[in-house]
Design a protein around this ligand. Structure first.
Ligand SMILES: Cc1cc2nc3c(=O)[nH]c(=O)nc-3n(C[C@H](O)[C@H](O)[C@H](O)COP(=O)(O)OP(=O)(O)OC[C@H]3O[C@@H](n4cnc5c(N)ncnc54)[C@H](O)[C@@H]3O)c2cc1C
Length: 437
């Protein structure tokens, strides 16, 4: 029986394992390899960082859960991916061979690229649930003795939504505590304008997010390169459209949170720290074709944050393209269909739509956007602001965690509702060519 290994037990990896079980059934052995026994619902991390959720609210213990659905599980983690040998070397030295590999390892957080960045240095982080739990303790101390806050995303970052969410939620929480008047807030971002999001904006995100920041008295600096984060200040350089420095800022800060740039995790890096030739680009992101398949190693697929997507456009300060939840689920559907085809001796034909449906929660209201597809030019380019977004995001969290606990990839009603809105995960199959024609 063929063995399919899914490397990574996050949003992409678990959706992948469940979708494979649903599409391929018992015709293959499916094993998830993670480096932890726990699934974490990453989009809820900003809530954890403000104490609105406990870490255990957003975690699922994987060994028993996956066993219930006949999915193998290893929490040892991969040390090396050996695609020429169709095997993984695990962190305990064992080898695990595969017939198909789906890489879903998410990002490594490149805190080392900016002096003072990261939870081991001077900023809090919301990128991992453990970081968010530590941030929550820091938040309570800060609220007892408040001062200026700087939040944002550094050069090379690709995941801007959570930075906006965190800034707005912080302002909501401070207002609830009636100490907002003691906290000057600045948003510092590598984006060329507010609401760019690494995507040239979606619908009117520029106006929506600028207006939201004005409403909340949050100042902003765009086109910013963060030079250093000290324990009491953020030093950044604002650049012009030609990329040259126009102004340096030293912003006093008692609390800082910055989204770092991402790179590939260490098992996807060579000894020179430059990626694995053929499998990844120099930054360690997995190379995939339109079928999510690696062009060199045809039995290796990539999904989620770990795949290589070039920047959407050149910007004065580099920014990357975000890989969001629904977009990742569309990659999952394509990979399941293409592995099923390959097992049947056929060539892959299914392409993910990379459609994006996102909810950015601000604690009381929020901004939603639909980008079909996520990368412009788009067929649908819509954004809106409202109190309903907060409620929808809470509902989404409960719904996704239920799917993880019940081993479901996409229930029929979800597919039906999304289809009603014209949102699908797979592109239409190309018409069969008729050799007689
Ligand atoms: C704070 C934050 C909030 C976000 N909010 C949203 C949102 O609201 N909506 C949205 O659409 N998107 C959101 N995103 C973007 C995206 O949906 C998430 O980043 C999502 O978690 C990405 O899924 P993934 O499976 O690619 O990576 P991850 O969920 O990070 O999963 C990767 C998994 O691989 C494992 N792993 C890593 N290295 C190894 C190894 N060597 N061996 C074995 N396993 C390994 C990790 O432990 C992890 O379990 C958010 C991102 C962040 C950082």
């Amino acid at each position: 029986m063929p063995r399919i290994v899914v490397l990574g037990g996050g949003i992409g990896g678990l959706s992948m394992a469940y979708e494979l079980r649903s599409v391929i059934g018992a015709q293959a052995e499916v094993t998830v390899v993670s480096d932890t026994e726990w699934f974490q619902f990453v989009p809820s991390n900003p809530w954890v960082a403000l104490g609105w959720r406990k870490p255990e609210d957003i975690k699922v213990h994987l060994p028993q859960t996956l066993a219930k659905f006949g999915i193998g599980f290893e929490a040892t983690g991969a040390k090396h991916v050996l695609p020429a040998e169709n095997a993984l070397e695990l962190n305990d030295g064992r080898r695990l061979s595969y017939d198909y590999l789906v890489v879903a390892t998410g990002p490594a957080l490149a805190f080392d690229e900016v002096p003072g960045l990261g939870p081991e240095a001077n900023t809090v982080s919301i990128c991992h649930v453990d970081h968010a739990a530590a941030a929550a303790e820091r938040w309570e101390r800060f609220c007892r003795d408040p001062g200026p806050i700087v939040i944002g995303a550094v050069q090379g970052a690709s995941c801007f939504g959570p930075a906006y969410e965190f800034a707005m939620m912080v302002s909501t929480d401070l207002r609830r505590r009636k100490i907002r008047d003691r906290v000057p807030m600045t948003f510092v971002t590598s984006e060329p304008y507010i609401g760019h999001l690494g995507l040239g904006g979606v619908g009117d995100t520029k106006s929506l997010l600028e207006s939201e920041m004005r409403d909340r008295d949050i100042k902003w600096i765009t086109n910013a390169r963060v030079d250093e984060i000290a324990s009491d200040a953020v030093v950044c350089t604002e650049v012009g459209s030609d990329g040259n420095a126009v102004r340096q800022h030293r912003l006093p800060a008692r609390l800082t949170m910055f989204i770092p740039a991402f790179r590939g995790v260490s098992c996807l890096m060579g000894g020179d720290g430059k990626g694995l030739p053929g499998l990844t680009n120099p930054r360690g992101f997995v190379l995939v074709d339109k079928y999510q398949c690696n062009p060199t190693y045809k039995n290796v697929y990539g999904i989620g944050v770990c795949i290589a997507i070039p920047p959407f456009e050149q910007t004065p300060v580099p920014v990357g393209v975000p890989k969001t939840g629904y977009m990742i689920e569309s990659m999952v559907s394509a990979v399941a269909a293409n592995i099923a085809a390959s097992m049947a001796g056929k060539a892959p034909t299914r392409e993910a739509t990379w459609n994006a449906v996102c909810l950015a929660d601000f604690g009381n209201d929020g901004v939603a956007f639909v980008a079909l597809p996520q990368i412009p030019p788009r067929n649908v380019n819509w954004s809106a602001r409202g109190y309903w977004v907060h409620a929808a995001k809470v509902g989404f969290e409960k719904y996704f965690l239920r799917k993880v606990r019940t081993g479901t990839s996409e229930p029929g009603y979800e597919r039906l509702i999304m289809k009603l809105f014209g949102i699908t995960k797979l592109r239409a199959e190309p018409p069969h060519s008729d050799p007689a024609a």
